[in-house]
Ligand binder design. Structure first.
Ligand code: PHE
Length: 447
């Protein structure tokens, strides 16, 4: 048998996993959902879910990958027996579904980047409308989607060490640097404080218990951590026993949350400062999630002339790089599963998966509404995946969890805590989150 490829270094793995986690979900989804979910109530709930519910599941997902050394398709079967096969398929289906619309969003990001760089920013509502049409309609959408999938495929076909690890190692530090620089710049805007208040300090306790806030917070926590979809299974299957998984899970979720909050500290001051220009643009499109990020921000920044243009170009290049490292991890799920389950070689698996994902992404490329629906429902799939992971490792194959964590020398107290949470807290909490999310998605719209 061929030796399974391994990460070159511990940091290679951590940065690749953080690269998967940090993406559009942080740079755009977090701020958008915070504004929809009542600011501080959403953020608090999100942090609570990450710390209490997601961390033990994140470690469990890593253990599943490392202890079986298998792809997401086969790892559940190897650990728990044939009955767990559907879980592997859920992973593969969810990752193809998410990448299908994620690539479209990446395409818009690329379009916005090129447009801002070469043609400048929209100066008025009319120009903003034209800008939106050129970014999110017509052939440029397909071009953007193709470009994004092509780049993703190129990196994945180069393999773990030669592709994924290499790109994570230079892109993650760059990304951190850029988001910090932009957050500092935003803090110098005259109305920055107003923006922070809207984002971090606006408190409305009724929102804390609103089904919508609960759905958004659960969905965001799983989506942003790339959790419940087999990515951490795939990445951890290339690990050796030296990595202390609990510590690494903490670092990865810490980096992810830091970037989400920093990104909010970039965008909220901008919205607060240019609200006269931005508000009408957002209202024009009934607060659509696409318009807020891809159109309203560049329009607002246009008031600053060349500085605004530079900031926009930086913001969208940062977003694209972050999205690329996430897309790579999504593609690795079907690719490693085809290699493992069907004996295909990497290139064949990459070409087949990429074409398939391109085709199922066409409806999202054609309709923003469809894309929004895909987004919301895919988060439910992640919760289902997370639920089954906590049941499998917390109740059925507990030995994997104990043994694997003991072998990497994590402290006994940490192990006990994680196992307790995985058995008793995560499944119940995720079950609750699932119930509320499905209820909130299926109830007839109030407006
Ligand atoms: N975590 C990524 C983001 O925040 C998206 C993603 C979701 C990637 C699920 C992989 C799996 O953008």
């Amino acid at each position: 048998m061929e030796m399974r490829e391994q990460w070159r270094s511990r940091w290679g793995f951590v940065l690749a996993a953080a690269g998967s986690a940090v993406g559009l979900g942080n740079l755009w989804g977090f701020s958008y959902k915070a504004s929809q979910g009542g600011g501080a109530a959403f953020i608090l709930l999100y942090l609570l879910i990450v710390l209490v519910v997601c961390l033990p599941v994140l470690v469990a997902e890593m253990v599943l990958g490392r202890s079986t050394g298998s792809s997401p398709l086969l790892a559940p079967v190897k650990a728990g027996g044939k009955l767990w096969q559907p879980m592997g398929w859920i992973f593969v289906i969810a990752s193809c579904a998410i990448l299908s619309f994620y690539a479209v969003l990446m395409g818009w990001t690329a379009d916005t980047f090129f447009h801002s760089l070469f043609f400048g920013l929209p100066q008025s509502i009319e120009e903003a409308k034209a800008f939106k049409d050129s970014v999110s309609n017509g052939s440029s959408v397909f071009l953007g989607q193709l470009l994004s999938l092509g780049l993703t495929a190129a990196v994945v076909s180069a393999g773990i060490r030669g592709g994924i690890e290499k790109i994570a190692k230079w892109s993650m530090p760059l990304l951190f640097g850029l988001v910090i620089i932009l957050a500092i710049w935003s803090s110098t805007l005259p109305d920055a404080w107003l923006g922070y208040k809207e984002f971090l300090l606006k408190w409305d306790s009724s929102k804390f218990f609103a089904p919508k806030t609960i759905r958004l917070a659960f969905g965001q926590a799983f989506f942003s951590l790339s959790l419940g979809i087999g990515i951490m299974v795939a990445y951890s299957s290339y690990l050796n026993k030296k990595n202390q998984l609990p510590k690494e899970a903490l670092i990865i979720s810490g980096m992810d949350t830091a970037v989400a909050i920093l990104a909010g500290m970039v965008t909220f001051p901008i919205v607060a400062n240019f609200s006269e220009v931005i508000k009408p643009v957002i209202e024009e499109d009934k607060g659509s999630f696409i318009t807020t990020f891809f159109v309203a921000l560049p329009t607002g920044l246009s008031s600053l002339g060349i500085t605004g243009q530079i900031i926009t170009v930086l913001l969208f290049s940062l977003t694209f790089i972050a999205a690329l490292t996430s897309a790579i991890s999504l593609l690795e799920v079907p690719v490693s599963s085809l290699i493992d389950g069907f004996g295909w070689n990497r290139n064949k698996a990459v070409i087949f998966s990429t074409l398939f994902i391109f085709v199922i992404g066409v409806p999202s490329a054609l309709s923003g509404k469809f894309l929004g629906k895909m987004f919301a429902y895919s988060e439910v799939l992640l919760l289902i995946g997370g639920f089954f992971i906590s049941i499998l490792l917390g109740w059925f194959v507990t030995r994997n969890y104990d043994q694997d964590l003991a072998e990497c020398n994590s402290q006994i107290g940490v192990r006990r805590y994680l196992k307790f949470m995985l058995r008793w807290v995560s499944p119940i909490a995720i079950g609750f989150g699932l119930f509320v999310s499905v209820y909130d998605l299926l109830k007839p719209a109030a407006t």
